[in-house]
Design a protein around this ligand. Sequence first.
Ligand code: CP
Length: 333
Amino acid sequence: MYTPKHFNLLQDFTKAELEYLIDFSIHLKQLKANRIPHEYLKGQNIALIFDKTSSRTRSAYVVASHDLGAHSETLVKSDIQFGKKESVLDSARVFGSMFDGIMLRVSKQDIVDTFVEQAGVSIWNGMTDEWHPTQMIADFMTIKEHYGTFDHQHVVFCGDGSSNVAISLMVTCAILGIDMTTASPDCLRPNSKTLALIETLSSESGASITFNKDPNVAVKKATVVYTDVWASMGEEDKFKERIDELYKYQVNKELVSHIEGEYIFMHCLPAFHNTDTEVGNYVKEKYGIDEMEVTDDVFKSPNAKQFIQAENRLHSIKAIMASTNGHLFVPSV
Ligand code: CP
């Protein structure tokens, strides 16, 4: 009997399984570069459901499906009954009866959880209010490609420590045994349930997962400096509040001068590092701020790897889809 495998929560996976996905992503990148076919999902039909905007995730799933020999259909909430005329539960059953795998980028984690329980096919979490798990495989693939190893890495996240990306980074570091410091104000930290999860995972792996209000101190041992937009998707109305809370956590030339060794800069994108965006223009007009979570002198420096990260979304999403739905071996030790 077919039992679907999902990629929903990072904590559903062991260290060995995450490492396998990262290494498999690197392998698939090489196959693509050498134009070697890898149609692990030949003949499958994949649904890509979005109730939020996306450039990287959407493009990566469309191209990954094609390269894996599958057909993808993008279903945007405004065009379908899901969440309006039809319940999440009924939608999960309907889509699951037609498609071989379903990716969801949705506003609430419990929507993805309902699909996992009810759809009967592989479900991939394309980002929710709580988690951004597929981003992590691309991010740690990027770190592995650059340094060749996770040994002696220290990830420092500067910004909103309660965001889906920050929490996903903490949980991934905790599973993989990588040290991480989050530079954020006290009011922007994970909730107690998430802190307990991180504590359990890090006590098993030996990772040190800490917080520091002072970004200059937090970055000292960094080998990776990571930041994200100051207001996550769906929190745009909090931008004003977030700027007050996070301005001192901006990643700029002065901040990175406190790093003692080699480092790379990472950002999951999109970035509001300049005023080319609607929000950026608004903030510039209102506050006279030209640059937000990262300044151009870091974003455009040789240390910056955000566009490699973006490309790696393609290879890592392929690895996730092929491993969960392509009947490949995934270690569980
Ligand atoms: N990093 C990321 O998820 O990008 P998109 O929102 O463009 O998909």
